[in-house]
Ligand binder design. Structure first.
Ligand code: FAD
Length: 524
């Protein structure tokens, strides 16, 4: 999977594509996998890097959503639980089981959550991850040694899935490419073209690396731009009625000492009525999230001061040692592409189901939903695309399709386990060039060989691509990521045949992005 190869596929195409997908997040790449594996000629264009949007900024849970059960949305929970099981089977190197404990401080909580989580278990049927159970106070403390013990009565344990969102996305891009799709990052769709009857027949696009513009025609254009859905729809007709209510959520990242065990904490009701998670992830502790309506989505969103305070205060209520601002190693912000419901001002109450909507122009929009259900969303979208574009009728086969790198026993590779079946090739690089076994930073496990791998095989084009989404350095420790950036620039420049001006431009651009991951940079 290299950019020159993808450009070659693009430029050698003489006829129209069956499907052009705009947007390279979980939704768009999921659609590209589904369409290509049915044998449809598929082009995907991503304006920035794959996963630059919401899809690298999730809570990292492959879950049914306990909260949706409480809201009575049984069908959504069942669908997500089924998809959770399918995803663990198809990408076992990236999806694993995680124990969650709901700590109980009131007498009614054990029976209430105990029963609710039993139902959650039952709904997963053959895709179950492990039975829920009521825990004594002592058992709760064994799982959560740092939980606030004041008034603690016990807890309820249940199991859900956890993953590395951006790594899964990068492996999904490889999967789509292996199925025959052409996928390009750093190509924005800047216009939509129409036939003489006013029906959409293609896109105008700009390759921001090469400064080139080109058009591509297709039987169907799929809009999978997540929070940016309405902006793309406006290119087809400015009078469209907006369908997205963007809402942002943040996570704070701390070191492992705040949650030293292997279990996560789930707080079902915070003061804003939401669920809050504290999760062990890549040797760190991740706490989130919030749900704050915003007016306009941006590609590098920043946390709000009120969100930071809310998470610090809530975590402080439940953890024995309350975290402070100076404990925050990184903060990341994602924007939910929630589908508008008329008459509701509260984004937490908006639908988490996905929506497939065809505009008058013929633009096929797929949005909403969640990471966990991307495969099912893609199946639904491509079924609609086949009807809309009068494509030959072909069945979806992604339920049984392994994701690139799929490997059951990848834990043996330590921090390289996220590469699954690719890990031995990275180890070979480290053996044949011992200097590539050097860590990029003292605070993080990543090594130089991963930079080479990402640049050669995973279409990484910028320092941000490597430090935010091929490795997760920026998400885990923004200062350590900044310190590693010059090394990454040198290694990438050599691979990409770039000069020192490229390196200094890259470093300046990365620092700008990294500032959104630090709370010190936020005006009080
Ligand atoms: C805080 C938070 C926590 C979450 N946690 C979870 C979780 O734990 N589990 C779960 O299942 N779900 C979770 N979700 C939901 C999940 O992350 C999203 O539903 C999913 O990532 C949306 O993916 P997407 O592809 O639709 O959007 P995105 O990932 O935002 O992708 C859209 C892409 O379109 C590109 N784009 C935009 N305009 C153009 C253009 N003109 N040309 C080309 N490209 C363009 C953007 O650059 C972007 O990369 C969470 C969401 C948030 C916000």
């Amino acid at each position: 999977m290299t950019r020159p190869e993808m450009l070659r596929r693009l430029h050698s195409r003489q006829s129209e594509w069956d499907i052009i997908v705009v947007g390279g997040g979980a939704t768009g790449v999921g659609v590209a996998i589904d369409a290509a594996s049915r044998g449809y000629d598929t082009l995907l264009l991503e304006g920035s890097d794959f996963g630059k949007g919401t899809s690298s900024r999730s809570t990292k849970l492959v879950h049914g959503g306990v909260r949706y059960l409480e809201q009575g949305n049984v069908s959504l929970v069942m669908e997500a639980l089924r998809e959770r099981g399918i995803l663990r089977r198809n990408a076992p190197h990236l999806v694993s089981d995680l124990a969650f404990v709901v700590p109980n401080y009131d007498w009614w909580e054990a029976p209430f959550y105990g029963l609710g989580l039993k139902v959650y278990n039952l709904l997963s049927g053959k895709y179950g991850f492990g039975s829920s159970k009521i825990l004594s106070r002592e058992e709760t403390l064994q799982h959560l040694p740092t939980i606030n013990q004041n008034g603690l009565r016990g807890g309820v344990i249940y199991y859900d899935g956890q993953f590395d969102d951006a790594r899964l996305l990068i492996n999904m891009v490889s999967t789509a490419a292996e199925q025959g799709a052409t996928l390009l990052n750093y190509v924005s769709v800047t216009g939509l073209t129409k036939d003489k009857d006013g029906f959409l027949n293609g896109v105008l696009a700009r390759d921001s690396e090469r400064g080139e513009e080109f058009t591509a025609t297709a039987k169907v254009v799929v809009n999978a731009t997540g929070p940016f859905t309405d902006a793309l729809r406006k290119l087809a007709g400015p009078s469209i009625k907006p369908m997205i209510s963007p809402s942002q959520g943040i996570h704070l990242v701390f070191d492992r000492s705040f949650l030293p065990g292997n279990s996560a904490i789930m707080i079902p009701h915070t003061s804003d009525g939401r669920v809050l998670f504290a999760i062990p992830w890549h040797g760190h502790t991740l706490v989130g999230t919030t749900d704050t309506p915003i007016s306009e989505p941006t590609l590098d969103p920043s946390p709000m001061e009120s969100e930071i305070e809310f998470i610090l205060n809530t975590a402080g209520e439940y953890l024995h040692k309350a975290p402070t601002r100076s404990d925050v190693l990184s903060v990341f912000t994602g924007i939910r592409p929630l589908v508008k419901a008329t008459g509701s001002g509260n984004t937490a109450a908006l639908s988490r189901d996905h929506t497939v909507h065809i505009d008058e122009s013929g633009l096929l929009n797929i949005t909403g939903g969640k990471w966990t259900t991307y495969r099912h969303m893609a199946e639904d979208c491509v079924n609609h695309a086949a009807t809309l574009g009068k494509l030959p009728d072909r069945q979806c086969s992604t339920k049984e399709l392994s994701i690139h790198g799929s490997l059951e026993q990848s834990k043996q590779f330590g921090h390289l386990s996220v590469y699954g079946a690719d890990a031995p090739a990275i180890q070979d690089l480290m053996r044949s060039h011992p200097e590539l076994a050097q860590p990029l930073s003292e605070a993080l496990p990543y090594v130089a060989a991963e930079v080479i791998w990402a640049t050669r095989h995973e279409m990484a084009r910028t320092i941000d691509d490597v430090l935010a989404r091929r490795t997760r350095a920026l998400f885990l420790n923004s200062k350590a990521a900044s310190k590693a950036a010059p090394k990454v620039a040198t290694l990438m420049a050599r691979e990409l045949n770039q000069d020192s001006t490229w390196q200094s431009n890259q470093l300046a651009a990365f620092e700008q992005i990294a500032s959104h991951f630090r709370i010190a940079s936020i005006a009080r």
